[in-house]
Design a protein around this ligand. Structure first.
Ligand code: PLP
Length: 435
């Protein structure tokens, strides 16, 4: 039978014209656990992690360390699984560091890469994580704090390699328009200054952007080449030993049928061979190679299930669902495409629809924009719709706008289903307010 482009054996499957996630019927899960509902298939997370790890590690003569980027999805249950698989953590705020600690990671496994980092942030993370310095100002302030509080002298420094990539401009984190890292032109000064301040730079980091797909992988490869060459020059000039070089995250996943899945086998070979070639030429020694994927690990592993509560013929076919952009912000924020599947009737005669959220905002739709209607099989009240690829930057970017609670999250692990996060209650939403 004709397959949907997003079907993945054992993960997303169509049986009797209904959607199954990790072998479980979406309609059954929606009924049992209520909607809206985030459904995380941890088996898929494990596959993604291991595929990425082995496709690169086998071409390296050094240790590959995958620092999972917590900002993509910060569920404790997920972090614990990744810890067991051997991952470390990329954290961008003190509370992400605290969460990583709570999940069992220790200091050596957590790299804190902040931006606009305050002294208060640095004091909070203190001895709990390794630190990656984002600016010359932070470098000076860290050196003072390190003396005062006895923090680690070992640091990593983030360079802005001046060419980035990503699915939209706000997701490109390198180049002259990006706020992140120390500009390449100042990087020799930064290392010199770090040494003068009594610090020991042992890491070099970059992250060029997020949502990088097949056609832009070359930019990632070129950036990897550049950072290794830079590390070689820094090592020579300052007689350093790098313990790690960190290429950041950014590997994308296809959100629509026209987007290509990254050929990891080819990518791993290209990247691995490039790294080893430069590392040996530049005499870079036995550093670990770090990657910081978020989206690639968890993006396609989670689905958001919502219920159709209102079907009306207004100016267009308007489908009202019981969730809004407070629960999945990417379509409204970035105008990006998420596949929407009628889990109750995957295939059938189609109509053009607008899938509208329950927030009082005209832009609160799950289509890319309110103007772009979506062709979907016939929809009726009570149907369950599945919004795919909701695992990365879904729950972590959610809010309580319109005083709507964040939803429940469940995890499918092999054959078992468990609740890993509860739906928020009214009292929890107002708990921080003085009455
Ligand atoms: N590392 C850093 C420093 C980031 O800022 C980000 C996200 O923006 C990531 C890693 C993860 O990116 P992605 O989820 O695209 O892999």
């Amino acid at each position: 039978m004709f397959k949907m482009w997003w079907e993945i054996k054992g993960h997303l499957e169509v049986k009797n014209n209904k959607l199954y996630i990790g072998g479980k019927s979406s309609e059954y899960l929606a009924k049992k656990f209520g909607t809206p509902l985030y459904v995380l298939n941890i088996n898929r997370v494990k596959e993604n992690y291991l595929r990425l790890y082995y496709s690169l590690q086998k071409y390296l003569k050094r240790q590959l360390v995958i620092l999972y980027s917590v900002k993509a999805n910060s569920s404790l249950a997920l972090l614990r699984v990744l810890k067991n698989l051997g991952a470390g953590v990329d954290a961008v705020s003190p509370f992400e560091v605290f969460l990583a600690k709570l999940s069992g990671f220790d200091k050596e496994e957590i790299l804190f890469t902040g931006t606009s980092v305050s002294n208060e942030d640095m004091i909070l993370i203190g001895r709990k994580a390794k630190i990656n310095i984002d600016s010359l100002s932070q470098l000076e302030r860290y050196a003072k704090l390190a003396k005062r509080y006895g923090f680690d002298k070992k640091i990593s420094i983030r360079v802005n390699p001046e060419k980035g990539a990503g699915f939209i401009s706000d997701c490109i984190t390198a180049g002259k328009e990006a706020k992140f890292g120390i500009p390449k032109k100042d990087i020799f000064f930064a290392f010199k200054r770090a040494l003068e301040l009594g610090l020991q730079p042992i890491g070099l980091h970059q992250h060029i952007g997020s949502g990088i797909l097949a056609q832009d992988l070359n930019i990632f490869l070129k950036a990897a080449e550049a950072i290794l060459n830079l590390a070689g020059k820094l090592k020579k000039k300052f007689n350093l030993e790098f313990e790690f070089i960190d290429l950041g995250g950014g590997l994308g996943i296809p959100y629509k049928s026209s987007q290509e899945v990254i050929n990891l086998e080819k990518f791993g070979k290209n990247l691995g061979e490039t790294i080893e070639k430069i590392a040996s030429k530049a005499n870079l020694g036995n550093f670990d190679l770090y990657l910081e994927p978020g989206r690639y690990i968890v993006g396609d592993a989670e689905v958001l299930l919502v219920k159709v509560v209102d079907v009306s013929k207004k100016y267009v076919n308007e489908i009202g669902v019981n969730a809004g952009f407070n629960i999945l912000d990417r379509p409204a924020r970035y105008k990006t495409y998420h596949e929407i599947v009628n889990a109750s009737r995957v295939k059938g005669e189609t109509k053009l629809y607008r899938i509208s959220g329950n927030l009082c905002e005209s832009g609160d739709v799950f289509n890319e924009t309110k103007y772009k209607l979506r062709k979907l099989p016939f929809i009726k009240e009570g149907d369950i719709l599945a919004i795919l690829n909701a695992g990365a930057y879904g729950l972590t970017m959610s809010s309580n706008y319109n005083l709507r609670p964040r939803p429940r999250e469940i995890m499918i692990d092999k054959n078992k289903v468990k609740i890993i996060r509860e739906r928020e209650t009214f009292n929890e939403l107002i708990a921080t307010q003085r009455r």
